[in-house]
Design a protein around this ligand. Sequence first.
Ligand SMILES: [Zn+2]
Length: 340
Amino acid sequence: MKKNILSLVALAIIAVSCSTSQKATKVADVVVYKNSITPAELSKHLYIVADDNMEGRNTGEPGQKRAGEYLINEYKKNGISFPPGATDFYQKVPSEFMKRGFAPKLNDSENIWTFIEGSEKPQEIIVISAHYDHVGMKNGEVFNGADDDGSGTVALLEIAQAFKKAKDDGFGPKRSILFLHVTGEEHGLHGSRFYSENPLFPIENTVVDINIDMIRRRDTLHPKTNNYVYVIGSDRLSSELHTITEEVNAKYTQLELDYKYNDRKDPERIYFRSDHYNFAKKGIPAIFFFNGIHADYHLSSDTPDKIEYDALAKRTQLAFVLAWELANRPERIKVDRDGK
Ligand SMILES: [Zn+2]
């Protein structure tokens, strides 16, 4: 309650300052932009990205490319372009790079990148990543991958839109933000590994990777509520990343942060199983948001009609407020841990 009243007051101040004086300094209210991320918007995108027409978005296949075109068009509609130094929205990931043992050869594929330039420290980069590939089709059946990782894919779209809205209002992030839709995750984290070995911006200028992979469901360990998210990796390289995540969550989203899979002895080894790990390997502080394994995991039943869009919105909002804080705080977060 209190926070809502405060934000209304802040809005009123902005409104007054706009109408009465050209010189008055406006104050950015992160809550306004956080609230632009809604279950309805996320659901609209997810029904398209995880539609049968995308044929399960298998790496290098036409269905994945169609999903990629949808994403790019959405960015264009919002006036968000590819990063400086790139010639288009794609970072090509060659088939050869993704070759692994006796596994069937994958076709050439692409990471997709978009960018919002920082106003004060544009050379410092916040990466927000999610994989847009899934496992394709088996015996004519589409594996829609609505949660894995349609959820992270559409989260990136909405986070980018919220930052753009803020920028258009004069509150652009101080550091730059790279939105990275990586490919080839399901076949071995290929796209993120390719980016980390062929980065567009120097690794030493890359402040953090916020990775989102599966955030719109609940697992069997949380039967009564979806108001939680697993947080993995936040304390391995930067103690600040960990504390800041807790602070912004307490202030803006009030999710239960569950560290079960951050246990160094986690038998599932979740920490090593998504794209943030390729950033952590390079010494970049990385955090991974995840909802846990559920009954539809990697099955054709991972479809967009399964409810819990409220959870998707709230977890997306947490990633957004975290990115906002990391992009705008005076000093970049420091690496003070050894990664273990
Ligand atoms: Zn995944």
